[in-house]
Design a protein around this ligand. Structure first.
Ligand SMILES: NC(=O)C1=CN([C@@H]2O[C@H](COP(=O)(O)OP(=O)(O)OC[C@H]3O[C@@H](n4cnc5c(N)ncnc54)[C@H](O)[C@@H]3O)[C@@H](O)[C@H]2O)[C@@H](O)CC1
Ligand SMILES: Nc1ncnc2c1ncn2[C@@H]1O[C@H](COP(=O)(O)OP(=O)(O)O)[C@@H](O)[C@H]1O
Ligand SMILES: [K+]
Length: 475
């Protein structure tokens, strides 16, 4: 599990090292990591590092200090390094003299040919957008095609909320120290590859995490020698309508693909569902469904009285329940439906449904917003998007970066509902079910796409190949 930290947590851990911080040892370690990352990127762009060109864009704080010490190391390796000081009077003193001592040059402009640009404008101390002077520098850098290495995190991104201010730096790689910051999850696509360097600081367990693929693979329920169709979880899907039969097909078929065991379907699209998945067991209503270990309700059910009645029936069963799409719209009008529930509830809104439930848009600070709604609803809330965030009422959050945005297509949410519902029925806790489903959903989207746009049916069809790939990681 990778934990993500606030700036205050990182600063506290640095301070706890005492002499290592005050004596500059931490900064030397950080600088070594920056130099190592720059050298690796220079090698990736072509043979040798001697004579290659690197520009350090240096701000007024310790973030700039990291880059100047790294620059000194690079100069000693024969790299042609120049430093552009945004605020020369406030540049890190010791760093600047170390850089100058070995022959590092200070410059006023961006060289025309450049291999790597180092963003050391601001790190944990950054507030607000990139100022105009720095923004103009990075505009010119973009034209050189240089690889952008961010020290700690790209400047212009809030370390704790991941808010990407405009303008801000977009990095190819971010090299950070001790542990990733919240921004590396919340603004993942802006950070590029994240390299975490050990600088010898200790951190407590984080309340925000993201599982590795191996962890997701270990959690995933697979049939064992003593399993039968009931022991692995039966999920009941309530979805679809005469207007939206597709939602029923996508969510039910996704549940069938996600786990073994049994999938039941309740709704008016039984014929269409059976045409795609003859293994699904259909029933006339929630009460007539027979044995079910978890419910997933909402895609395409409509928002009228009948949908309300269905949701009330499902919730009254007090089994683990996922509520999505129209189910969320109904719930937003009558949040009392959740009263008295003991079983886990997983709400899976996109931004619009979130706003209906919370009364306000989840942006810009999605982490705070999803935590607040989970606490208020006393339910686990999965906020969809490129970065999916799954919050428990106690404030713990698991996140997933889909890695690409091919899943941003109509019906993809129905597929997520089926996958997560199946995991709930297998007994996974709501937050784990949500984040594991989001991970496989993202992998399936990337796999189905291969660079071309896809529809939700293709995404659903790629769930099995994605799971096959994951199962290779099981120990
Ligand atoms: N203190 C240490 O020994 C260590 C510090 N580390 C580095 O130090 C960084 C934190 O250093 P600081 O606390 O000095 O803070 P930063 O260097 O991140 O930024 C602080 C400076 O930037 C200015 N600033 C804030 N927002 C700005 C904006 N949008 N545009 C332009 N300027 C802005 C502030 O006025 C302040 O002068 C970390 O991110 C990390 O890179 C690491 O080297 C580990 C050890
Ligand atoms: N930009 C994006 N990148 C990756 N995944 C995304 C992106 N936008 C949405 N998704 C994912 O795709 C699905 C879309 O769900 P939803 O908005 O409910 O669509 P629908 O209701 O049409 O099925 C969710 O799983 C969501 O997390
Ligand atoms: K930076």
């Amino acid at each position: 599990m990778t934990g993500y930290y606030t700036a205050a947590q990182i600063r506290a851990a640095e301070e706890a090292t005492g002499d290592l911080l005050s004596g500059g040892v931490l900064m030397v370690r950080a600088a070594n990591a920056v130099a190592g990352t720059v050298l690796a990127r220079l090698r990736r762009r072509g043979a040798g590092v001697y004579g290659r060109r690197v520009l350090l864009v240096v701000g007024a704080g310790n973030n700039g200090g990291d880059a100047l010490f790294a620059g000194a190391t690079l100069v000693r390796r024969g790299v042609r390094v120049e430093a552009l000081l945004l605020d020369p009077d406030r540049a890190h003193r010791a760093g600047l003299s170390a850089f100058r001592r070995v022959g590092g040059r200070v410059t006023d402009g961006v060289p025309q040919t450049l291999d790597v640009a180092v963003d050391a404008v601001v790190g944990l101390g950054g507030r607000g957008p990139l100022r105009p002077q720095a923004a103009a520098v990075f505009d010119v850098i973009a034209q050189t095609g240089a690889t952008v290495v961010a020290v700690d995190l790209p400047s212009g991104i809030d370390p704790d909320t991941g808010v990407v201010h405009q303008p801000s730096v977009r990095a190819d790689v971010s090299v950070t120290f001790g542990a990733p910051r919240l921004a590396h999850l919340l603004a993942g696509p802006q950070c590029g590859e994240v390299v975490v360097a050990d600088i010898g600081i200790d951190l407590p367990e984080s309340s925000v995490d993201s599982p590795s693929n191996t962890e997701v693979a270990q959690w995933w329920p697979l049939p064992g020698p003593h399993d039968d169709k009931y022991s692995q979880g039966v999920v009941g899907i309530v979805a679809g309508s005469a207007t939206y039969p597709g939602a029923a097909v996508l969510s039910t078929a996704a549940a069938v693909a996600a786990t073994s065991g049994m999938t039941r379907y309740i709704g008016p699209a039984a014929e269409q569902v059976l045409a795609v998945c003859p293994e699904v067991v259909t029933a006339a209503g929630v009460g007539a469904a027979g044995r079910v270990q978890a419910w997933a309700i909402g895609p395409g059910i409509g928002t009228g009285d009948q949908a309300h009645e269905l949701l009330a029936d499902v919730l009254a069963a007090d089994l683990p329940t996922l509520i999505d799409a129209d189910g969320l719209t109904v719930l937003a009008r009558d949040p009392g439906l959740l009263a008295g529930r003991a079983a886990p509830t997983l709400l899976t809104p996109h931004a619009g449904e979130f706003a209906r439930l919370a009364g306000a848009d989840p942006t810009p600070d999605r982490l705070t917003a999803v935590r607040a709604l989970a606490e208020r609803m006393n339910a686990t809330v999965l906020l969809k998007g490129r970065i999916t965030l799954v919050a428990d009422p106690d404030g713990r959050v698991s996140g997933n970066d889909a890695g690409s945005s091919w899943a941003a297509t109509a019906g993809a949410g129905d597929v997520l509902t089926g996958i997560a519902g199946a995991l709930l029925s297998a007994g996974l806790p709501a937050r784990a079910a949500g984040v594991a489903a989001a991970r496989v959903h993202g992998l399936a989207a990337a796999r189905a796409s291969g660079g071309a746009p896809i529809g939700a049916s293709a995404l659903r069809a790629a769930v099995a190949p994605a799971l096959r790939e994951l199962s290779d990681l099981r120990e």
